[in-house]
Design a protein around this ligand. Sequence first.
Ligand code: NAX
Ligand code: ADP
Length: 279
Amino acid sequence: MWQEWTADDAAGWVAAPASGDDKYSRGVLGVVTGSQEFPGAAVLGVEAAHRTGIGMVRYIGPRSVRQAVLARRPETVGVAGRVQAWLVGSGIDQSRRSFVLLGDLGHALAAQVPVVLDAGALDLVGTHTAPTVITPHAGELAALLTAREMPTTVDEVRAAPGEWAERAAAELGVAVLLKGAVTYVCDPDGDRYTVTAPTHWLATAGSGDVLGGILGALVATHHVQLAADAEALTALAATASWVHGEAARRASAEVGGGPVTALDIAVAVPAVIGALLAR
Ligand SMILES: NC(=O)C1=CN([C@@H]2O[C@H](COP(=O)(O)OP(=O)(O)OC[C@H]3O[C@@H](n4cnc5c(N)ncnc54)[C@H](O)[C@@H]3O)[C@@H](O)[C@H]2O)[C@@H](O)CC1
Ligand SMILES: Nc1ncnc2c1ncn2[C@@H]1O[C@H](COP(=O)(O)OP(=O)(O)O)[C@@H](O)[C@H]1O
């Protein structure tokens, strides 16, 4: 049975800093995203991570992309160091990964801290043992499962998204967040949540990159809980999807129900987090 994730559920998975906190205890997210072809994906994910509330974001990637990220978010740290979670793959073309990039991805996945695997890193699922959540859309899930000898098509996944998400979680041994107008979040232990988007303006280029940043930040800021209970990843993924949808709804409401851009969604996130904390 799939359970719709609500505002009350999400409210249990957002964190505000306390008096004893510092930027490291709050959580540090390492990010390996973006490319010369898709620098915007890195900018959007990093922006969303900062807007979700986090101690620090470390961005690892090509110099030109790092410059774009820092131009938008000078708070971002551009050198490697300790992190409590990784977000990898958004804005990366799987077929054009350089040796340097493969090294950075390998380093991230070997770190034994929770990982959000998106877009051009989805094929790396199963190459590491850290708690992992994958964030495909229907096209990406179909391609991933087909490559793993579970042949399927986008149309088949769209026709039965919950079943394919569950199958992926069971066969790949990771939490799955399957994106769409209804997002399906599940894990191999049987947790199953749906998140129904409150607005279809969410379907815009870069929206998924923003979702990755929100989820990465939530994972990093819950690193202590995750170390004790890896299943928390599923609740955090459902929360990220809920926050993402609600941010788009608020951004659209601000313009009289009109369209929103991916960056608008990220900018609306702090008010969503504030409202959840006030519940
Ligand atoms: N500003 C940016 O830098 C942006 C970068 N992006 C990056 O661009 C890369 C390619 O993204 P795409 O996924 O759009 O790749 P494609 O547009 O190449 O799509 C791959 C395949 O999946 C199908 N597909 C795309 N979206 C789908 C959906 N929502 N449901 C079902 N099938 C779908 C397509 O028809 C295609 O067959 C990713 O790395 C992504 O992170 C995008 O997020 C757009 C914005
Ligand atoms: N029809 C729709 N209505 C509402 N939300 C949608 C719809 N289609 C897709 N979405 C959401 O929009 C986002 C699109 O992400 P993604 O497919 O990764 O796009 P991109 O790669 O351009 O960022 C996801 O969060 C998904 O759940």
